[in-house]
Write a protein that binds this ligand. Structure first.
Ligand SMILES: Nc1ncnc2c1ncn2[C@@H]1O[C@H](COP(=O)(O)OP(=O)(O)OP(=O)(O)O)[C@@H](O)[C@H]1O
Length: 401
C-alpha cells in the first residue's frame, strides 16, 4: 500500500508535534522515522494508525483519504515497545485475538495462527503465557499478532528498545526477513540511527515535527543533505570544524594552511564535518595539523583516538600555533595501530572526505567529487611514523593567506 501524507500537522494545545509533514511512502518498503526525542515520530505513527487525527492536512492510503477512517477499519497492524500482550491469554490466543474479533471460523483461525507462529518462529511456545516468555519471544508474539490479520500497513513503535543489544540485533534481522517475506509496507519509529540504517529501505529524518531529510540509508550517510542529518547519522559521530570557503579554497579555522576544493563554491562560512574513520593519523609535521593524543578508547577491532591541537603544539615542527587552540578531533583507527596516549601526532584531513554545510542554514555545499566516493575497503588511517601516502595533487594544502 502506498502512503501519502500531505501537509499533515498535529497540535496538542500550544505544542505543534507534527508540522506540515509531506511524505510519500512506496508500497512494500520498510520506512524508518528517525529523529531525536520529541520530534513527532510517534505522533506521526499514531496518525497513521488512526488513533490521533491530524489538526490539518490529509493522509492517504493508496488514493483513499483516511483522515476520518477509524483505527479498526484501516487494516493496520501495530507493534509497541511494551509488547502489550494479553497476560491472561496463551500465545496461541494472543495471536488469534484479532481473528476472533473478525469472527473467522475456528479452522481458519487455527491455520492462520500456526502459519504466523511458524513465520515468527514461536510454534513451540503456543501454549505458554506471556510471563513464561523472554523479551525477544514476547516481541515475536506481538509481531505475529500484528501480522495475523494480514494488514496492509505494519507500524512499529520502537519495537526493539526493551531488548538487550545482542537480541536487538537478531530481532532487527528477523523483522526485516518477515517484512520482506510478506511484502507488507512498514513504518518503524526509532531514535536509534543504527537501527534505522540497518533495517530500513528508506529513512525519514525528523526534527521539530518536520522532515529534514529522506533517502536510502546509504545516501543519507554518504551525502547528508544538511548538517542536522550529518550529525545525527553515523557512529561515532562526525567531527566538526569551522571555516570559510572562497572559490576553490577552504580555510579551516585553526589550520595554518588552506585546502584546495575540487570545485568552486559560493563564498561562505561553513561547518566542516569529517567522520572519525576518515581522519588520518600520521607522523607529526606530515599532516594538515599537529596535536597530541589525549584519549584512546578501544572499541573492539578499532580504537577511537582523541587528538587535541592547542597552544602546546605551537612549537612543534609544522605546529599549528595559537590559531589551533581548542581543535579537537577523533580518529577511528585499527586497534593495533601504534598510537600512544600523550604522544604528538599529525592529522590529515582528506579533502574528498570533508562534508561542508553553510553556517547560515545548515544546507550542504555541493562539491563535485567531494565526499561522494564509495566507502573504501580496509582502514585508511596510518599509524604515526608512516608518511602521508601518495597525497593526490588536488588534496595537497597551500599556505594560508
Ligand atoms: N497527548 C499529548 N499532549 C500534549 N503534548 C503531546 C502529546 N503527545 C505528544 N506531545 C508532544 O508532542 C511532541 C512530539 O511527541 P512525540 O511523542 O511524537 O515525539 P517522538 O519523536 O515520538 O519522541 P520519543 O522518541 O521521545 O517518543 C513532544 O513535544 C510531546 O511532548
Amino acid at each position: 500500500m502506498r502512503i501519502r501524507l500531505d501537509g499533515v500537522t498535529k497540535r496538542f494545545g500550544a505544542v505543534t508535534a507534527v508540522d506540515g509533514l509531506t511524505l510519500e511512502l512506496e508500497p512494500g518498503r520498510l520506512v524508518a522515522l528517525l529523529g531525536p526525542s520529541g520530534c513527532g515520530k510517534s505522533t506521526t505513527l499514531y496518525m497513521l494508525a488512526g488513533v490521533l487525527r491530524p489538526t490539518a492536512g490529509d493522509i492517504y492510503f493508496d488514493d483513499v483519504r483516511v483522515n476520518d477512517v477509524p483505527p479498526q477499519r484501516r487494516n493496520v497492524g501495530m507493534v509497541f515497545q511494551s509488547y502489550a500482550l494479553y497476560p491472561h491469554m496463551t500465545v496461541f490466543e494472543n495471536i488469534a485475538f484479532p481473528l476472533r474479533m473478525q469472527r473467522l471460523p475456528e479452522g481458519e483461525i487455527r491455520r492462520r495462527v500456526h502459519e504466523m507462529a511458524e513465520l515468527v518462529r514461536v510454534e513451540a511456545l503456543l501454549d505458554r503465557r506471556p510471563e513464561q516468555l523472554s523479551g525477544g519471544q514476547q516481541q515475536r508474539v506481538a509481531l505475529a499478532r500484528a501480522l495475523v490479520k494480514r494488514p496492509a500497513l505494519l507500524l512499529l513503535d520502537e519495537p526493539l528498545s526493551n531488548l538487550d543489544a545482542q537480541l536487538r540485533q537478531a530481532m532487527r534481522a528477523e523483522i526485516r526477513r518477515i517484512q520482506r517475506e510478506l511484502g507488507v509496507t512498514a513504518v518503524l519509529v526509532t531514535h536509534d540511527q543504527t537501527e534505522a540504517m540497518t533495517i530500513a529501505d528508506w529513512v525519514v529524518v525528523m526534527n521539530a515535527g518536520r522532515c529534514v531529510a529522506q533517502g536510502t540509508p546509504y545516501e543519507l550517510y554518504q551525502t547528508p543533505p544538511n548538517r542536522f542529518t550529518a550529525s545525527f547519522i553515523g557512529h561515532p559521530p562526525m567531527n566538526w570544524l569551522q571555516g570559510r570557503v572562497s572559490g576553490t579554497r577552504l580555510q579551516v579555522d585553526g589550520l595554518p594552511v588552506y585546502l584546495p576544493l575540487p570545485a568552486a563554491a559560493r563564498d561562505d562560512e561553513v561547518a566542516i564535518g569529517i567522520r572519525p574513520h576518515h581522519v588520518q593519523l600520521v607522523a607529526p609535521g606530515r599532516g594538515h595539523l599537529d596535536g597530541r593524543v589525549t584519549m584512546i578508547e578501544l572499541l573492539g577491532h578499532e580504537k577511537l583516538v582523541t587528538v587535541e591541537a592547542g597552544r602546546s603544539v605551537a612549537s612543534m615542527p609544522g605546529g599549528a600555533g595559537d590559531g589551533a587552540a581548542g581543535l579537537r578531533l577523533q580518529a577511528l583507527v585499527p586497534a593495533d595501530a601504534a598510537v600512544v596516549e600523550g604522544e604528538a601526532v599529525g592529522v590529515r584531513l582528506p579533502v574528498s572526505r570533508l562534508h561542508l554545510f553553510r553556517l547560515s542554514d545548515g544546507s550542504r555545499v555541493a562539491l563535485p567529487g567531494a565526499a561522494a566516493r564509495r566507502p573504501v575497503a580496509g582502514p585508511v588511517a596510518a599509524a604515526p611514523g608512516d608518511a602521508v601516502a601518495d597525497e593526490p595533487a588536488e588534496e595537497s594544502a597551500g599556505t594560508a593567506g
